[in-house]
Design a protein around this ligand. Structure first.
Ligand SMILES: Nc1ncnc2c1ncn2[C@@H]1O[C@H](COP(=O)(O)OP(=O)(O)OP(=O)(O)O)[C@@H](O)[C@H]1O
Ligand SMILES: [Mg+2]
Length: 275
């Protein structure tokens, strides 16, 4: 596994101010994100939680540079974001592996594109693959992997490029509960060993508390930050034991008290006519 970065070299600090994104269709328009300001601290795992449809993926795409805001500013380490870049890599809700390439070729894809394959890099990629239990599947193809294994391969593919910011948009959605729990713990270990600045999006409070250094709770319609909770529980955390901890339960209660009214508002908004 790649060594964790020294705290002095952590990068990927994101600062967002006054962000707005409005979708327009014909005469109708809907502002999904409005007056949204937040920070993602370098070297931290920031989890964003909010009800389905509140605008999390919209915001993730703005940060990744796949979409442009109508107002506001996003900077990474003080530089304004202008379009997509190798400094910000994203893993989506859906699989995005190349089916015609072996798993190993998928893992090396970004490095090959940027001409960065060195002996040291090969060792590093193999070590990542080994850590997520995929080394013996290196010469196979993505179609021969289970859903959970595909997701792990996507994470390796992103992390070997050492992005300044790693964005994961509900990467474990759709996996069965047991696989999901294993994936969460596996991901937490990967994060602890790299400390790559991460934005992890979820709708699952238990997943959020297992992973988060900082928990951003989002409001709905339009989306902004309702609260930021610092989850200073010791690491590594285990799903099986975390909620035996009194403080973890207090964090959960605090988060759920904020999320419940937002989920109700999201439900009501979804019942309203679409844009
Ligand atoms: N390109 C688009 N054009 C029009 N409306 C859009 C577009 N992208 C997103 N929306 C709308 O913006 C709102 C927020 O969508 P978004 O996908 O960001 O939500 P989300 O919080 O990621 O939800 P989920 O948790 O279900 O993934 C939804 O009402 C959606 O219909
Ligand atoms: Mg989404």
């Amino acid at each position: 596994m790649a060594p964790a970065q020294d705290q002095a070299t952590w990068s990927g600090q994101i600062d967002i101010s006054g962000l707005r994104r409005t979708f327009t269709r014909g005469a109708r328009s809907r502002t999904v994100v409005d007056d949204c300001s937040l920070s993602i601290e370098a070297g931290k795992l920031t989890v964003m939680i909010g009800p389905s449809g509140c605008g999390k993926s919209t915001l993730a795409k703005l940060i990744a540079g796949y979409d442009k805001p109508d107002a506001g500013k996003i900077t990474i380490d003080g530089r304004a974001i202008k379009g997509a870049g190798r400094d910000r890599l994203m893993v989506f809700q859906e699989s995005a592996l190349f089916s015609w390439m072996t798993n190993e070729s998928n893992a090396f894809f970004g490095l090959r594109q940027s001409g960065q394959i060195t002996k040291q890099k090969v060792i590093e990629v193999e070590s990542f693959l080994d850590q997520v239990g995929l080394l013996r599947f290196a010469k196979r193809f993505p179609s021969e992997l289970s859903g959970g294994m595909q997701r792990r391969l996507e994470m390796v593919r992103a992390l070997v490029n050492k992005p300044d910011l790693f964005i994961l948009d509900e990467p474990f959605r759709g996996l069965d509960a047991m696989t999901r729990a294993l994936m969460q713990e596996n991901f937490a270990t990967m994060f602890d060993s790299t400390r790559c600045t991460t934005l992890f999006i979820t709708t699952d409070i238990d997943e959020a508390l297992l992973l988060a250094d900082h928990l951003l709770i989002m409001t709905n319609s339009p989306m902004k930050v309702a609260d930021k909770i610092v989850i200073d529980l010791p690491r590594p955390r285990k799903l099986a034991t975390i909620f035996a901890d009194e403080r973890a339960n207090r964090f959960k209660e605090e988060a759920l008290n904020l999320l419940y009214p937002e989920a109700m508002r999201a439900f009501e908004a979804q019942a309203a006519p679409a844009v």
